[in-house]
Design a protein around this ligand. Structure first.
Ligand code: PGA
Length: 255
């Protein structure tokens, strides 16, 4: 089974609309046919989605658009929230769910992650489900059970086909934005355990087609360590996605 590698840029709370237009144009100009076998996704803040979508469609770009969060209801009195249907209409193919920053600052739980996964799939948007342990959990030797329980909760109620098409991003919290990365072998071990969990819950073929990304200080300078890892299918990139050249270089490493 050959999985198409993915490089997804999580812009977090960065870029005003004019800055987002200029970054997405630079990424689009930097794209060349050597990247045709890698899937590139950019995930700007909600307010920039429409403008970035316009840039990508004007350029007839192969780069996909993603959001950074969603609410699970279809519509109604939920001040400040954004529905899956709104994301769909603006052109989102992907949506990041359960990022550790949302779990920490905005009280996201395994249960709300699962509600969001279902809501997105009902709208035909692929969730990029984030998981990962903090330093205390890693030092206590509890990483695998912790991450596996996050995955089991996030995937509750899905069918085999839905599981097969998912993207899961393993992001150890202590590696995000810190310049520290997990060793490639340690990251691969967790990504393998995630794949095995999907195999146990659904089927081997779902496990083999699911894409698992690593995230946490991945940059052009260290990406070559992760590329050969058999269970890592690409990266969820924060800091290095805010500059077109480094984002394109990361994607090229997986081409
Ligand atoms: P980082 O962020 O690449 O800046 O470490 C990754 C993420 O939070 O998705």
């Amino acid at each position: 089974m050959t999985r198409i590698p993915m490089i997804a840029g999580n812009w977090k709370m960065n870029k005003t609309t004019s800055e987002a237009v200029s970054l997405s144009q630079d990424i689009s100009y930097g794209y060349d046919s050597s990247l045709d076998d890698v899937e590139l996704v950019i995930c700007p803040p909600f307010i920039d989605l429409k403008s970035v979508s316009t840039v990508l469609s004007f350029d007839k770009s192969r780069i996909a658009l993603g959001a950074q969060d969603v609410f699970w209801e279809r519509s109604g009195a939920f001040t400040g929230e954004i529905s899956p249907g709104m994301l769909k209409e603006v052109g989102c193919r992907y949506c990041i769910i359960g990022h550790s920053e949302r779990r920490e600052h905005f009280f996201e739980t395994n249960e709300t992650v699962n509600l969001k996964v279902h809501a997105l799939l009902n709208e035909g948007i692929t969730p990029i489900i984030c998981c990962g342990e903090d330093l205390a959990t890693r030092e206590a030797g509890e990483t695998l059970p912790f991450v596996i329980s996050q995955i089991k909760a996030a995937l509750e109620g899905l069918n085999e086909k839905q599981a097969a098409d998912l993207v899961i991003a393993y992001e150890p919290i202590w590696a995000i934005g810190t310049g520290r990365t997990a060793t490639p072998e340690a990251a691969d071990e967790v990504c393998a355990a995630i794949r095995q969990t999907v195999g146990d819950l659904f089927s081997d073929s779902a496990a083999q087609s699911l894409r698992v990304l690593y995230g946490g200080s991945m940059k052009p300078e260290n990406v070559s360590l992760f590329v050969p890892m058999p269970n890592i299918d690409g990266g969820l990139i924060g800091g290095a996605a805010l500059e077109a050249r480094s984002f394109i270089d990361l994607a090229k490493a997986f081409a």
